[in-house]
Design a protein around this ligand. Structure first.
Ligand code: HMG
Length: 388
C-alpha cells in the first residue's frame, strides 16, 4: 500500500501589493526585488481574512469531491495562530461542518509545521488505512514596516487529503531531518510581526539543507541522480536557486542550465506572485510545479525540502502517480491569482497594520470576497461567516 497526497488545493487572499508599488514607495530599484529576490507581488490579507478563512477556502474544493464525514483527522499547521489554546483546526472543523468523530489539532514549527503534519498524517494512515486526513498549512507572513523582511510578505493556505493509494504523490518511506536551536527568525507571543536576522537566516537555511540531505542519504541510500525534480521551501523565489546550487555543490553535481531549470523552475511560478506563505509555501511550490511543468510528471521522483526557522528541516521524496493530471485544481489556483485586486501602499498599511482597536470587540469591514470570512470578534470570541 502506498500513502500520500490524494488531493491538493491552495487558497490565497483577494488582494496583492505589487513590488513595483513597493519599490516606488521605498525609493529602491525594482530589480532588487524582481531579480535580487525574484519576487513580483505579495498576497495581502484584509482584516476579515485569517488563517481559518484561508484554510476553509483551500479545503472546500477537496471536501466537495469526497464525503466530508470520512475525514478522521484535521492536522492544522500554522505559525499565525489565532488563539493560544483553541486550535485553528477546531474553528475550521466548525466552519466546514465536519463530523464530530474526528481528531483535530494545531501544529507549529515556523515554516516546517506543514511537513510535520504531512509526515504524521502518513504515519497515521499507514497504521490504520481507514484514516482520511485533512492536512492544512496556512499562514500570513508579516514583518515590521521598513524591515528587511517587508518585501517578502505574503499569505496562503494549502489543504491536502492524505489517504492510502493516493492519486497525486506517494510519499516514500525514510527522510532526512535536522534540528538546531538558533535565532534566525522568531515571533514572541506579544508581537504581531516576526523578527528576523535576514542574511543569517539564509545561511542557516542552506546549512540545514546540507545536514538534512546527508541524513536523507544515510537513511534511504537514494542519490541526487535518482531525483527528477526539487521543491524547496520558498521564502522568496530566488532562495530556490540558492538552495539547488548549494545541494549540487554538496553532491558534486554539475548540471547544465537547462537541467537546473527543468528541475526547479516550474515550482517557483506561483510563489513569485504570492510571496511567502510560511508553512504553506513549500506545498504551493509543489502545486506550482504540477500545474506548470511542460512535461508529464507521472512516475517522477520529487525531492521536497522543508525549512522552518529556529530551526527544523527535513528532506523527503515522493513519486508522482500516473493520472495525477486529472485531479489537479489548476484552474482554481490560476483564477484566484488573476482575480486579485492591486493595493496602493496606503491601502496595504490599513490592511496589515490597522489602527489600534479593542482586540476583544471589533467588527471588520467587508473586504474578503471568499466563501468564508471573519466578521468580527465579540467578547473575545471570533465570529466567522459562511457564505458558501
Ligand atoms: P536585503 O538586505 O533586503 O537585500 O535582504 P540584499 O541587499 O541582500 O539584496 C538581496 C539580493 O538582491 C542580493 O543578491 C543583491 O545583490 C540583489 P544575493 O547577494 O542574495 O545574490 N540586489 C539586486 N539585484 C539586481 N538589481 C538590483 C539589486 N539590488 C540588490 N538593483 C533578505 C534580503 C532575504 C535578507 C531579506 O529579504 C529578508 O530579511 N527576508 C526575510 C528572511 C528570509 O526570507 N529568509 C530566508 C531564509 S529563512 C526562511 O526561509 C524561513 C522563513 O520562511 C520563516 C519561517 O520559517 O517561518 C523566513
Amino acid at each position: 500500500m502506498t500513502v500520500g497526497i490524494d488531493l491538493i488545493h491552495f487558497a490565497t487572499a483577494d488582494y496583492y501589493l505589487g513590488l513595483d508599488t513597493f519599490a516606488r514607495e521605498k525609493g529602491t530599484e525594482l530589480e532588487k526585488y524582481t531579480v535580487g529576490i525574484g519576487q513580483e507581488k505579495m498576497s495581502i490579507a484584509p482584516p476579515d481574512e485569517d488563517i481559518v478563512t484561508l484554510a476553509a477556502k483551500a479545503a472546500r474544493p477537496i471536501l466537495d469531491q469526497i464525503d466530508p464525514n470520512s475525514i478522521t483527522n484535521v492536522l492544522f499547521a500554522t505559525e499565525s495562530g489565532v488563539d493560544q489554546s483553541k486550535s485553528a483546526g477546531a474553528y475550521l472543523h466548525g466552519l466546514l461542518g465536519l463530523s464530530n468523530r474526528c481528531r483535530t489539532v494545531e501544529l507549529k514549527h515556523a515554516c516546517y509545521g506543514g511537513t510535520a503534519a504531512l509526515q504524521m498524517a502518513c504515519a497515521l494512515v499507514t497504521a490504520n488505512p481507514k484514516e482520511r486526513i485533512l492536512v492544512i498549512a496556512a499562514d500570513i507572513a508579516k514583518y515590521d514596516v521598513d524591515s528587511s523582511g517587508e518585501a517578502t510578505q505574503g499569505c496562503g493556505a494549502v489543504a491536502m487529503l492524505i489517504t492510502p493509494d493516493p492519486r497525486i504523490l506517494a510519499i516514500e518511506p525514510g527522510s532526512g531531518y535536522f534540528t538546531e536551536d538558533v535565532m534566525d527568525f522568531w515571533r514572541p507571543n506579544h508581537r504581531a510581526t516576526a523578527l528576523v536576522d535576514g542574511k543569517y537566516s539564509t545561511k542557516v537555511y542552506l546549512n540545514s539543507l546540507k545536514q538534512a540531505w546527508q541524513h536523507f542519504v544515510s537513511e534511504t541510500g537514494r542519490s541526487f541522480e535518482q531525483i527528477d525534480a526539487f521543491c524547496y521551501h520558498i521564502p522568496f523565489s530566488r532562495m530556490t536557486e540558492k538552495a539547488h546550487k548549494a545541494l549540487c555543490k554538496t553532491v558534486g553535481a554539475r548540471l547544465s542550465k537547462n537541467t537546473f531549470q527543468t528541475q526547479t523552475q516550474p515550482g517557483q511560478i506561483y510563489n513569485r506572485v504570492l510571496g511567502n506563505s510560511y508553512s504553506a509555501s513549500l506545498f504551493i511550490g509543489f502545486c506550482s510545479f504540477l500545474d506548470n511543468a511542460p512535461d508529464d510528471l507521472s512516475h517522477k521522483r520529487f525531492g521536497l525540502f522543508s525549512y522552518g526557522s529556529g530551526c527544523v528541516a527535513e528532506f523527503l521524496t515522493g513519486i508522482v502517480q500516473p493520472g495525477y493530471e486529472k485531479v489537479l485544481m489548476r484552474g482554481s489556483h490560476q483564477k484566484q491569482i488573476q482575480a486579485r485586486t492591486p493595493l496602493t501602499y496606503e491601502q496595504y498599511l490599513t490592511f496589515y497594520y490597522p489602527a489600534t482597536q479593542d482586540p476583544d470587540n471589533v467588527t471588520f469591514d467587508v473586504n474578503n470576497r471568499g466563501p468564508y470570512r471573519l466578521s468580527g470578534i465579540q467578547h473575545a470570541i471570533r465570529r466567522y461567516q459562511n457564505r458558501s
